[in-house]
Design a protein around this ligand. Structure first.
Ligand SMILES: Cc1cc2nc3c(=O)[nH]c(=O)nc-3n(C[C@H](O)[C@H](O)[C@H](O)COP(=O)(O)O)c2cc1C
Length: 169
């Protein structure tokens, strides 16, 4: 334990969300297979956990309709969105709608999970563990395949808005 004391700050959920919005990130669509076809949702909470062995993680809200399919199928692709895919980020964030309308996908050569064209890359893998974390669940995924397209620029999310890099790759 540190000898330096800390003060517990008082803040409400709005202030907490606003503060977290100060952390800029990329955006992904995480996909799997469900009983009635492909399943996916927009996800910002992705990160690489470990290189050896290769492990990734993301958090899923307990209320997410994708949860049952993630647990049942167990295989996922994390699709990294490019600046040309902002519309897909919105489309896959609307629960209970036909998210896949007009979306082209193909089964990943690595694990068969749905893969989207036009992104900056993807990671395929199998869910290894699920950890309870408040109103979310943390998934730990063992990586089985990777792909990257350095020609495309990423879609960024910062303070509740989409952004692009100012320079061209
Ligand atoms: C930019 C952005 C980032 C998001 N990140 C996450 C996330 O990390 N985890 C999560 O569970 N939902 C996240 N969401 C919300 C889900 O995409 C949204 O609730 C979606 O409708 C869930 O779909 P489902 O109920 O079909 O699973 C994010 C939404 C947006 C727009």
């Amino acid at each position: 334990m540190s000898a330096i004391s800390s003060t517990l700050q008082v803040f409400d959920q709005r202030e907490y969300r606003d503060a977290m919005g100060g952390f800029a990130s990329g955006i992904t669509i995480i996909t799997t297979h469900g009983a009635e076809g492909p399943v996916g949702f927009t996800c910002q909470s992705f990160y690489s956990v470990s290189v050896d062995p290769p492990l990734i993680s993301f958090s899923v809200a307990r209320t997410s309709r994708s949860l049952a399919s993630l647990r049942e199928h167990g295989k996922v692709v994390v699709n990294f969105l490019s600046s040309e895919q902002q519309h897909l980020s919105g489309q896959f964030a609307r629960s209970g709608t036909d998210k896949w309308a007009g979306v082209e996908w193909y089964p990943s050569e690595s694990n068969g999970a749905p893969t989207l064209d036009g992104g900056t890359g993807w990671v395929a893998g199998e869910i290894e563990r699920e950890i309870e974390a408040g109103d979310h669940l943390i998934f730990l995924v063992a990586v089985s395949g990777i792909s990257t397209d350095p020609e495309r620029t990423p879609l960024l999310f910062y303070r509740g808005k989409y952004h692009e890099l100012e320079y061209q790759i």
